[in-house]
Design a protein around this ligand. Sequence first.
Ligand SMILES: [Cu+2]
Length: 313
Amino acid sequence: MTLRFHSSAGRRMAIGARTLLAVVGLSFALGAALVVSGCSGSKKEEAAAPKVKRYPVHGVIVSVNTAQHSIMMENATIPGYMPAMTMEYLMAPGDLANAKAGQHIRAMLVPSDTGAPRLEDVWPDDRVDKDILKQGESRLRENTFDRGKEAYREVGEKMPTFALCNQDGKVVTADYFRGKMVMLDFIYTRCPVANMCPLETAKMVQAQKLAKKKGVKNVEFVSITLDPENDTPGVLKEYAKDRNIDTSNFSFLTGPQQAVRDLLTQFGVIEQFRGDIIRHTLATLLISKDGTIAFRADGSEWSPEDFVERMKS
Ligand SMILES: [Cu+2]
């Protein structure tokens, strides 16, 4: 299997995707754990292993102090680090913007010699949300498995159901988009290849602006991350803010790794980790109001005008 960064021949890429899916299907049939174990994730973790020891922490936010870039949090016992207590933690701007008193979060604690410890990899951890995400993940897993070699959803088929988190840390399910057109793609925030994700996002924004200008109503723009390990809600929030993206109808979604993997499989997007870089293909899709995949463009050569025209018809 070869992965291609820039494909002018979308068809060939789609065939590549199908070949991969056939391989995946076969591995299911053989009971191999190729997809389930998410081989790419662990390799990447090793490569990017931080030198400072980090500790998983759960807690409830007591207060948010934006000026100090910190929160007060009542944390549960952190094995090997400290007992349960209420203390100050520093947070990145995106996480801070999402933080609210009373919220349950989980994160990785990074100790500091000079001041308050820092929280990274911050995820919402409210019970109900966790349950919805987990259910969504296992339903999608079963669905991908059941579809086997037909996991890839062609134009004309319904989009899969899912439960993910948006850039505000809110759980969003596929139901949220029912009755709306959805323009959907897959990107990741650290993508270093200018004419891949950065261009893709810029064009989605163009499409969003053009749709608004042309009076297209009831359309949502959705970018799902290829890299949920890094792209937490807070990271996505900063990504959108840095680009001045109007998030009133543009969501950046992330969530359980396996859920993202299954969506990639079902939408026919291929990714492969090379150290910290993800080699991947691009697909931009238009989903109609009843949830049917109406159109897809493989590669980076689609035009915002074309998509907006299709939204109008
Ligand atoms: Cu990219």
